[in-house]
Design a protein around this ligand. Structure first.
Ligand code: ZN
Length: 304
């Protein structure tokens, strides 16, 4: 029995009623209860186990990144509608008093703020690329991390969050190295989700590029098969939710951050990410809101 009949609002309300998520005032921002977090951590550990012998270097970054990463990767051309730039107050006391009055009066106060050097991180892998600058070893580089990601797309629909965590792997090297690695993980990802009783399937995908120019970028991405997703029905059976994505960037980040392979060529990169909250929601929708009633085979894998 699925938790709901694939109804986004009923699913949201069920998550809240079972203490799995805690509403926090704004759409797409909510707290996570202990059961939700337990499932999330167990799943994350399963992913790490699968990649254990690959020798990935572990990193951890805060949810804020150097603004110049956004600038160097053309983020503001491609995804201006999703950005979260951090603004703060740089003025003097008189202005601060005026601002405080406006805040109290419920008026708009954003005009008093100016840009800082940080943005909320829009993709877990972004802070990793500048650490590759220079010549990578012959076998390339492999990094893994969990990162909080921000996307400005408020929605009541629980799988569309403004802030969420991704378990990410980032590979850098020759085009052959990174594509071979991506294909290996695409298989691993589907097998992992299927082993947890999730009806997973893969599809070619595109990023949500902005505007008319963005349509062309998206078509190009699909034609060149640069992005794959693993999909599981969570809030709709017709439009299943992407729970992992696999991206081949070619030499985009190699160019932007001057990364080279030992033969002097611009390095290629690929990344893959498991949307941790989405995987938890896929499990909850598929097996029910109470993990105590989940199939034993699934529990044994997660809580082994
Ligand atoms: Zn990535």
């Amino acid at each position: 029995m699925t938790a709901t009949a694939y109804d986004p609002i009923a699913f949201h309300d069920g998550l809240v009623a079972h203490g799995l998520i805690v509403p926090a005032g704004v759409q797409g921002i909510f707290g996570r209860g202990p059961v939700f977090e337990d499932i999330l951590e167990r799943f994350d550990r399963m992913v790490l186990d699968i990649g254990k012998s690959d020798g990935a270097q572990a990193m951890l970054f805060p949810p804020t990144i150097d603004r110049s990463i956004i600038e160097k990767t053309n983020y503001m051309e491609s995804f201006p509608h999703l950005v979260g730039a951090v603004y703060s107050f740089f003025g003097k006391e008189t202005e601060s008093r005026k601002m405080a009055e406006q805040v109290k009066a419920g008026e708009s106060w954003g005009d008093h703020l100016s840009m800082t050097h940080v943005c909320l991180n829009p993709a877990a892998c972004y802070p990793v690329y500048p650490t590759f600058t220079g010549t990578v070893p012959a076998e390339g580089r492999l990094v893994t991390l969990v990162g909080w990601v921000f996307r400005h797309e408020p929605s009541i629909e629980p799988t569309r969050m403004q802030a969420f965590r991704i378990r990410e792997y980032v590979r850098c090297g020759t085009p052959e190295q990174v594509v071979q690695w991506r294909d290996m993980w695409l298989q691993r990802g589907v097998q992992l989700l299927e082993s947890l009783g999730l009806p997973a399937r893969t599809d070619v995908a595109s990023d949500p590029f902005f505007g008319k120019g963005g349509k062309m970028l998206a078509t190009n991405q699909v034609d060149q098969q640069l992005k794959f997703e693993v999909l599981v029905p969570v809030i709709s059976q017709e439009k299943p939710t992407a729970v992992c994505s696999f991206n081949f960037h070619q030499d985009k980040f190699g160019q932007a951050f001057d990364i080279r392979t030992p033969d002097g060529a611009v390095a290629n990169t690929a990344c893959l990410g498991f949307g941790l909250e989405r995987v938890v929601m896929a499990l909850l929708q598929t097996h029910g809101f109470d993990p105590g009633t989940w199939p034993e085979s699934v529990c044994r894998k997660l809580w082994a």
